[in-house]
Design a protein around this ligand. Structure first.
Ligand SMILES: [Ca+2]
Length: 470
C-alpha cells in the first residue's frame, strides 16, 4: 500500500514536471514536396490519409513560407529562426563543404536541450558535413541520416564519374553504411520512421524534441517494397504515400505512449517541388514556378500543426507565417529562453491557438536565393518581385532524368496574392504607393541582411563556420 502511494506520488510529480517542461515537439521537414501534394490541398493520383487526418485534428496553414527555395538555406532558417544571410548559409552545400552552420548559432535543438529536453534527429542534415558541424555538435543527442542531399551520390545518373564521394549513412558522426546503395536509399523513409518511433517509446517520461527530415521526395526517388507500385501516379506518388505512412507511424507512437495531448507536431516541406523532373516531381498547386525560384511555387509550402486541446481541430490559418517563426514559437510554448543573438522569426502561438483577431506578427517576409540575393518580399497581400534573373523550365524531364532549363529576367513586379495567387497580373504601374512602401522595406532589409543583387553588405550578417578538410 505504502509502495503504491509512493509510486502514485512519483507518477503525479512526473506528470507535473512534464507539464512544467512544456510540450514535446516533433518537427517533420520533408524535401521538395509541393504545396499541392497533400490530399487536403488537391493531390491527384496518390493519397495522404495520415496527413489529411493531421489537418483534420490540427491546423492547416495556407500562407506558410520557407525563407529560401533551396535545401541548406531553408534548413538553416528553420533551425535558427533567422533569415539565411543572417547566419551565412546560402544555396545547397555540397559534400566536403568548407562552410556550414556556425556552432556559435543556437539551434532549436540546443534551445530545448538547455531546457532539459532529450533531442534526436533522423534524416537529411545538409548544414555542413564536416565532423565538427554534424547534428551531434548542434544540440542533438542522437542522429541517423544522410549528411546532405541523396542526389550528391556517385550512382546519380547525372553525376560525372568521380564527381561525388561515396555517400554515407551516418549514425552519430560515424558511417553506419559507408557507401549508400540504391537498396539503402529505398530503405531510408522507413528507417527514419522506425528510429523516430523507437525514440518516442524510449522517452515517454522526459520532454523531447524530435526532428525527422526525410530524404524523400528529393530525386533520385526511392521507395521501399511495401509501397512500390501502389499509387496511380507512379513512383512519386508511391514515395509520398510512404512518407504519409511514416507520419502515421509517428502519430500512432505518440498516441500509444499517451503523449498526444502533450506533443506539438509540425509538418512542412523545405521548398517547393523540383518541377523540372516532370513525373518525378510534385505539384506547386495553384502557384507559379517551383523550387529554386522566389515565385510562390518555390517558397510557399504545405504546413500542418497538431496539438490536441491546444490547437483547434480542423482549423485553417490564412495568415502569413514561416519556418523562421517555429523557433521563437516553440520558445514561447516551452518557456525556453530565446537565443541571445538576434533572430528574425516571431512568436505565432496566438495563431496556433486560434485566438480571435490574431494577425501575422510580420510587416514583411523576405525571400532569398542564390548567393544572398534578396529576390522578393511579401507584406500583407502584396508580393514585390525585385529585379533579378531566374531559372525557368523549357522542357520537362521524366522518369528520373532532368529536363531543360531556360533563363528569365524580371524587373520590379507587384502581385496581389489574395486576388491573384498565381502571380499572373503585374500591378506595379497601377499601385506606385504599394511599390514604394515595399521597396522601402526591401531597402531596410538590405541594410540589415545584405543583398548580392545590389552589392549591399548588411550590418546584421554573421559568418558561417569555416572548416578545413584533411
Ligand atoms: Ca529541398
Amino acid at each position: 500500500m505504502k509502495f503504491k502511494l509512493l509510486s502514485l506520488t512519483c507518477f503525479c510529480l512526473l506528470l507535473a514536471a512534464r507539464a512544467a517542461a512544456g510540450p514535446n515537439v516533433v518537427m517533420i521537414y520533408v524535401d521538395d514536396m509541393g504545396y499541392g501534394d497533400l490530399g487536403v490541398q488537391g493531390a491527384k493520383g496518390f493519397a495522404t490519409p495520415h496527413l489529411d487526418r493531421m489537418a483534420a485534428e490540427g491546423m492547416r496553414f495556407t500562407d506558410f513560407y520557407v525563407a529560401a527555395p533551396v535545401c541548406s538555406a531553408s534548413r538553416a532558417a528553420l533551425l535558427t529562426g533567422c533569415y539565411p544571410p543572417r547566419v551565412g548559409i546560402h544555396g545547397a552545400l555540397g559534400p566536403k563543404s568548407k562552410t556550414g552552420l556556425n556552432p556559435d548559432e543556437m539551434t532549436l535543438a540546443e534551445m530545448l536541450k538547455a531546457k532539459g529536453y532529450a533531442t534526436a534527429m533522423f534524416g537529411k542534415w545538409h548544414l555542413g558535413d564536416h565532423p565538427d558541424l554534424l547534428p551531434l555538435k548542434q544540440g542533438f543527442d542522437e542522429y541517423l541520416g544522410l549528411p546532405y542531399s541523396n542526389d550528391m551520390w556517385p550512382e546519380n545518373p547525372k553525376a560525372r564519374a568521380g564527381s561525388y564521394p561515396p555517400l554515407p549513412l551516418l549514425e552519430g558522426a560515424q558511417a553506419a553504411v559507408p557507401q549508400v546503395t540504391a537498396e539503402v536509399q529505398a530503405s531510408l523513409t522507413t528507417r527514419y520512421a522506425e528510429r523516430a518511433v523507437q525514440f518516442i517509446r524510449q522517452h515517454q517520461a522526459a520532454p523531447f524534441f524530435l526532428y525527422v527530415a526525410p530524404s524523400m521526395p528529393h530525386v533520385p526517388l526511392f521507395v521501399s517494397g511495401k509501397f512500390k507500385g501502389k499509387s496511380a501516379q507512379g513512383l512519386y506518388g508511391d514515395v509520398i504515400e510512404e512518407i504519409d505512412w511514416a507520419v502515421g507511424e509517428i502519430m500512432g507512437a505518440l498516441k500509444q505512449s499517451g503523449l498526444d495531448g502533450n506533443t506539438l507536431v509540425i509538418f512542412a516541406s523545405d521548398n517547393g517541388p523540383w518541377s523540372i523532373y516532370g513525373n518525378h516531381a510534385g505539384s506547386p498547386g495553384p502557384f507559379r514556378e517551383s523550387k529554386g525560384t522566389c515565385w510562390e511555387g518555390g517558397i510557399r509550402v504545405p504546413c500542418l500543426m497538431r496539438w490536441p486541446g491546444q490547437i483547434p481541430a480542423g482549423s485553417v490559418c490564412r495568415k502569413m507565417a514561416g519556418t523562421i517563426d517555429i523557433l521563437p514559437t516553440v520558445a514561447a510554448l516551452t518557456g525556453a529562453p530565446l537565443p541571445e543573438k538576434k533572430i528574425d522569426g516571431m512568436d505565432i502561438s496566438p495563431l496556433l491557438r486560434g485566438v480571435a483577431g490574431a494577425e501575422s506578427p510580420h510587416d514583411s517576409l523576405l525571400f532569398y536565393y542564390g548567393k544572398n540575393e534578396l529576390q522578393a518580399l511579401r507584406s500583407g497581400p502584396w508580393k514585390l518581385m525585385l529585379p533579378h534573373a531566374y531559372r525557368t523550365i523549357e522542357r520537362l524531364g521524366a522518369d528520373g532524368l532532368t529536363g531543360l532549363h531556360g533563363k528569365a529576367v524580371i524587373g520590379l513586379e507587384l502581385y496581389h496574392l489574395e486576388q491573384d495567387p498565381g502571380e499572373t497580373r503585374n500591378q506595379a504601374s497601377a499601385e506606385p504607393a504599394v511599390v514604394a512602401r515595399l521597396s522601402a522595406l526591401a531597402q531596410a532589409a538590405r541594410g540589415e541582411l545584405g543583398d548580392a543583387l545590389t552589392q549591399t553588405r548588411g550590418r546584421g550578417q554573421r559568418p558561417p563556420a569555416l572548416v578545413d578538410w584533411p
